[in-house]
Structures are given as C-alpha cells and as structure tokens.
Design a binder for this molecule. Structure first.
Ligand SMILES: [Zn+2]
Length: 215
C-alpha cells in the first residue's frame, strides 16, 4: 500500500521546457523532486504554493453577529462586495464583505495578509425590509415589515409577490451600497429586478387588503 501520489503541473526540462506537464511529486520541499508523467524524467523544481493566512471574520445577520475565522490568500486582494463561505459553530454561511479592517483603518480593498478583520453580512438567507402602502387610501396607512427570503430571491418591479402571508405588487427597489452590476441605486421601471441580498428596501402596493375585502 502506498499513499496516493501528489501531482503538480510544472515544465519538464527533458520533454517540455515551455509548457507544463503533469508531474508526480517524489519528495516534497522547497526544492521538490518530481517525475514527469510524459517522459519519466526525474528532476528538481520549485513548487509555487499559494500562501494563506487565517483572518478573523465578523458575519452579521438580522442584527446578530457571529465571529469566525477564514483562510484567505495572503498575496491576493480582497474587496468589498466579494462573497465567500464561512464556517461558524452554527452553520456554513455565504457572506459578502462589507468592510476590511487593516492597521491603517477600514478599507474597501486590501491584500489578504494586511486584513485584520473582515466585516461581512450573511447573504445566503436575508431579511428584506418592505414598505407596503394600501391600494386605496392614504399614505398614512403604510406598513413596514421584514420578510425572510433566500438571498437569491428575485424581486421585479410590477410583479406580484406572495411571501409570509403577504401579497403585494413591487413598485420600487432601493439597493444596498455593496450591490454591484446595477444601473441605478433605485429601480422603478416595470421589469427592473434585483435579488434580495442586494436590496435595502422594497416599496410595494399592498394587495392582501383588497383580497380580504373581496369576501
Ligand atoms: Zn518530460
């Protein structure tokens, strides 16, 4: 019985000096000994490995915060808006970076190694703020509520949603600062849509009251 052989892609001085071929690692180390699987040539080479660092991460969800740690590439840039998987005691959560704390204060972008704390919010499941105004009547009758939906749940202007016992027609979508890929901060044209994790607040026309009055 032998351990499964670790493989790596490096160039082979014998058969392929320009392009990488698959090599088996015979002995690991700063100067590793490898064998080309194409021509069986054995040689020494330096294997580049991505350096990672463990960084503290704070994940907020519905007013609560969880602390955890994630492994991030030391030399790569992290940026606000990027998403990653974080493991907490409770669950594995998808989170989006909202701020990066470094020795120089909070930044929108920083090298992994320079980040002391990653501030983030959970986007796998989110609660969306909804302001409902009645179909008829005065604006004073508006209601505000929070609805729990998957982060990828899509709201579309002029479409009817039925969530948590509420029925409403979306009229406007206010987006969060960290939402990317949209033309405007506020969407209010029929057909405009956004996913729940990008939305700060949904403005909608209450349809549930008229449904009741039909009886
Ligand atoms: Zn070779």
């Amino acid at each position: 019985m032998s351990e499964p052989t670790e493989r790596v892609a490096v160039s082979c001085p014998a058969c392929s000096p320009e392009a990488e071929t698959v090599h088996e690692i015979l002995r690991n180390g700063g100067q590793a000994t490898v064998r080309c699987t194409a021509c069986s040539h054995v040689h020494k080479t330096t294997i580049e490995r991505e350096r990672t660092v463990d960084t503290e991460v704070i994940i907020s969800q519905d007013g609560e915060s969880f602390s955890s740690s994630v492994s991030v590439p030391a030399d790569e840039k992290l940026a606000v808006g990027e998403e990653f998987l974080a493991e907490t005691d409770e669950a594995i959560m998808t989170a989006r970076i909202t701020s990066l704390e470094t020795a120089d204060g909070r930044q929108d972008e920083a090298r992994g190694e320079a980040v002391e704390t990653i501030w983030s919010r959970a986007v796998g499941n989110v609660s969306v703020n909804v302001t409902l105004h009645p179909k008829s009547g005065t604006r004073d009758d508006t209601r505000s509520l929070k609805l729990q939906v998957p982060g990828e749940y899509e709201f579309t202007v002029d479409e009817v949603d039925e969530i948590g016992g509420e029925e409403f027609t979306v009229e406007g979508l206010y987006l969060r600062d960290d939402a990317e890929g949209y033309q405007h901060e506020k969407l209010d044209h029929p057909g405009d849509s956004a996913v729940a994790k990008d939305i700060q607040r949904v403005y909608a026309r209450d349809e549930s009251t008229s449904a009741w009055s039909a009886w």
